[in-house]
Ligand binder design. Sequence first.
Ligand code: AMP
Ligand code: TRP
Length: 327
Amino acid sequence: MKKMISGIKPTGELHIGNYIGALRNFVKYQDDYDMYVFIANLHTITVPQDPIEINKYLKDAIALYLACGLDKDRSTIFLQSDVLEHANLGFILACHTYEGELDRMTQYKDKKAKGAEGLSAGFYTYPSLMAADILMYDADFVPVGDDQKQHVELTRDLAQRMNNRYGDLFTVPEPLISEVGARIMDLQDPSRKMSKSDQSDKGCIYLLDSPKKAAKKIMSAQTDSLDQVKYDPENQAGISNLLTIYAAIKNISLKEAEALFTDYRYGDFKKAVAEVVVELLETIQGRYNEIIETDIIAETLNEGKIKAQKLASAKLNKLNKTLGIQI
Ligand code: AMP
Ligand code: TRP
């Protein structure tokens, strides 16, 4: 069975962009792949955080993974910091990553271009840690949203570089980007990605938003004056985003979604989108409320840690010997 790995950084509440771009795909894949899903909590501290604030999101993230349909018996679900080997391999890979490669990473470049000061060395080398997360388990595929493609490409380069230098060490992974919903946009400003770090939360639907609040956000989403429900991200970014959300949740193509709404007024179209979003949130939140009351979170993380650590320690032992740093 081919192996797959992905992680989500729990820096805030998960939103429908995370669900559509990442989580729902993990759930789909867990029957056909040997699936590893982890909470990328080491990645959160690459930028300054309030410990109390981020700790709140940790438990929620795992509960939401499970509520969205990930299953500990079909996937290995774990916390990155529970497997210390990640940081260790991250350092080794950072030693094999060129400065120029990190300079070219969009996330870093964007922050720099915006004049960010005091960025940490951890933030700069974060793509090497992400490569470690992936290469540790010899994953064949990495399902991620569009924004992470560049990091997976660097991971491939690193795997090939290490293999060329030291012999066959790592599987070279491939990014897997879903056709529909790889980039859900902000509802208020559809030129920006929907994101946890949104200033105003009107453009972002959180998985734990009340259905009423979520419906309101959809109803007040930015549209245009063209008066036609068409998938045309260039000229109708807002409408195209809503169509994408609808198609992704209903699991249909954009063409099929578009065909359903020809001749619809925007108000009625938005109502239809709000309805499927509300239905989704109600399902997820129902399960979330059950899970949060039980021991299943601790059990899941315990089992995941044991499985992941076994592979990780074997990998690191082999690597340390290959590099000549272990007796
Ligand atoms: P992050 O929230 O940045 O840690 O992302 C976790 C996962 O969700 C990654 O695979 C991202 O690519 C995906 N993701 C985050 N935001 C969006 C979005 N607005 N649309 C689609 N996928 C997203
Ligand atoms: N960097 C990813 C993000 O910000 C999260 C992540 C960390 C990840 N390690 C990973 C995703 C390994 C896939 C595989 O979304």
